[in-house]
Design a protein around this ligand. Structure first.
Ligand code: BGC
Length: 250
């Protein structure tokens, strides 16, 4: 099976890894490159080209987890990236950066959620599962019977007049220097609202901050189970590779 390259564009870095798309295993370490300041389309394409060139062993399709609404390869929103991405054919940008390889783009939280449902904390879960990623923004991925409802974008839901991601993202925690109890109080409020709208049976916490779940997990009080992402930081990369592999086969 050809190794598939998974990429995950975040606020500070673009991560990449060679993935066996059948087992979901990373083959070798993750690599990364800084996300260009402002993340314009042109600068991002240059960074992607450089990063992709470091993985000559990946001869399969290429997948990119991207922080935007993505429908059939077109990006339709731009909260924490340059507005030039709105209406952009992001799959074509990725194709150009990869020298014409089959290229697929998927929302970052959806990618992470797909990986978690197959290989991580959501494995075997049948009911309603909501993955929530905390990073520069807040991402969401909703599953019923293992099937994804894409582009749910719950980070933009307003809570007391403030978008959830402007209130409780990992970035807000850093910028406002919130300690764990103060940040978790906000996260509890956000998750409580999500619960009252969608009634998930399980929450999966993703994003870089999921690596530190032991430090704050006991402060999260949801009405249902809440667990950290099993694949931790690699979830987006693995999910992007799975998405590329599955779409290339169709
Ligand atoms: C974007 C989402 C993304 C989330 C996490 C939000 O600002 O609108 O598409 O999933 O950030 O990166």
């Amino acid at each position: 099976m050809a190794l598939t390259l998974g990429l995950d564009l975040g606020g500070s870095s673009i991560k990449a890894g060679a993935v066996d798309p059948v087992t979901g295993q990373l083959v070798g370490p993750l690599d990364s490159i800084p996300t260009p300041v402002g993340a314009t389309v042109a600068d991002t394409q240059v960074a992607l080209t450089e990063l992709i060139a470091r993985f000559p062993q990946c001869t399969g399709p290429v997948g990119l987890a991207f922080p935007s609404v993505v429908v059939r390869g077109i990006t339709y929103s731009a909260s924490n990236i340059d507005k030039g991405w709105i209406g952009c054919d992001a799959a074509a940008v990725l194709r150009a950066a990869s020298g014409g390889r089959p290229s697929f783009v998927v929302n970052d939280a959806d990618a992470a959620g797909v990986a978690e449902m197959r290989f991580g904390a959501g494995r075997g879960e049948k009911d309603c599962v909501m993955m929530v990623t905390f990073g520069t923004g807040i991402g969401s991925a909703l599953f019923l019977n293992g099937q994804l409802w894409p582009n749910t974008e719950l980070g933009h839901l307003e809570i007391d007049g403030i978008e959830a991601e402007h209130y409780a993202s990992a970035r807000v925690r850093t910028v406002e220097k919130l300690d764990w109890p103060a940040w978790c109080e906000r996260v509890n409020k956000v998750l409580d609202r999500y619960h009252s709208l969608f009634w998930p049976d399980l929450f999966i916490v993703g994003g870089g901050v999921s690596e530190r779940f032991e430090e704050y997990g006991s402060l999260l009080h949801t009405k249902v189970r809440i667990v950290p992402a099993g694949l931790r930081q690699a979830a987006g990369v693995v999910g992007a590779a799975m998405y590329a592999h599955e779409n290339a086969a169709n």
